[in-house]
Ligand binder design. Sequence first.
Ligand code: AHR
Length: 505
Amino acid sequence: QKAQLIVDEDFEIGQVNDRLFGSFVEHLGRCVYTGLYEPGHPTADANGFRRDVIDLVRELGATTIRYPGGNFVSGYRWEDGVGPKGGRPRRLDEAWHSTETNQFGLHEMATWLDTVGGNELMEAVNLGTRGLEDALDLLEYANIPGGTALSEARRANGADEPFNIRMWCLGNEMDGPWQMGHKSAEDYGTLAASVARGMRQIDPDLELVVCGSSAHNMPTFGSWEETVLTKAYDLVDFVSCHAYYEPHDGDMASFLASGVDMDGFIKDVAALIAASKARLKSKHDVYISFDEWNVWYQSAEASRNPEGIGNWPVAPHLLEDVYSVADAVVFGDLMITLLKNADHVRSASLAQLVNVIAPIMTEPGGPAWRQTTFYPFSTVARLAKGGTVLEPKLESTQVETGQYGSVDTVDSVAVRGADGSISVFAVNRSLDEAAEFEVSLPESLSDLGSRTLTASTLHDDDIHTRNTLESQNRVVPKTNTTAKFDPARRTVNITLPPVSWTAIH
Ligand code: AHR
């Protein structure tokens, strides 16, 4: 297998928005409780925040955090999670058949984000069991400096300054029949438009995300976006996309090409946005917030809700997928896909952050460690933040897949860093063959003789290898010693092992 990428600085796709490195904290399983928050843990600070997790989140490079759900938000009463902890009610969380203790809420989330280092909060409002009035109450509570009942309640609860939340999700996956308060596109579009209008009466400059389809293959995909945007186009700034991938019937070749589906999904939604803009003769631009994406073994036992009228556990082990090398390679390809579409995708949230389909795992009372998927995320965040995505001029041999036909063996994208460096991210989707990959560097790149090359690859001969509590560092990226830099030819040549993900800098 072989491929060539021509890096051309004259053709830019767009700036790498910091929000592309967002993540997601839902009240689900152990994401919050014994994930972020575990009073009494040996590393916990005075707020009960696990410092070992905070260190890993910093290393991961996650930015904006979407909160508090997910399916959870469609039954959530935000006011349960504020005020003295002793007075907060325990409630049923119907979405995940669990008990929500409400010991962690909006104030704790905002404080945790400040502790991590000024990360942005992206808040979702409940448009499942609730509507306009509660969304306005939450906005008043969070963002009004003072002088009203709800803003003064926030101040009395310890936050003198408003949270100043800029980005708001108008509900979650309202197209999904599993969603509490699921609605037709007509009904949701009407509600989302009225909530957006009301929220803008409080603050016209909010950035609002309207629910798009919860998957590319939803039966309502396309018509949902069209109906909702007809009602809400000028009132919102983003349409959400959600996508999760897993192998079906052991078809690893198709699984490794999941990026092809994500790319098509983004292009389809971008076309639907453009069509709405044209039809409505609007001057306003709407972008994509890809606010849930990951590999997720949805059909596996780990994703089964607890059952039984008397069985509502607190922080159960739910969706605790343990990711393999192959999963991380697919994950890395999804990151390449988000970068390649940086002109349309201005925000993205890796679902989720800790324990629940997450790059970071914890043991209650014990250690925290990095899953295989941690590495593509932290590497891209480190090298691409603040940079500019260059249009990929890529030629590659092909591999056959059952689901997508023949697809490029190598998928790749280049990013010019703010410091003038070039980073190239590349995936080899072949199950059994290495790929010889050549990167041609642009004429415009100066001082080639004095530049240095580093290349690291995530790969294991056993593609099912995982990091676990017992073996936390079994999978780590390793220096790719095949990388050769030829300043005279302006090329980098490297061998990409089968089922691998590589970062070249
Ligand atoms: O991230 C897990 C779940 O996936 C979210 O709660 C929901 O929005 C999606 O279906």
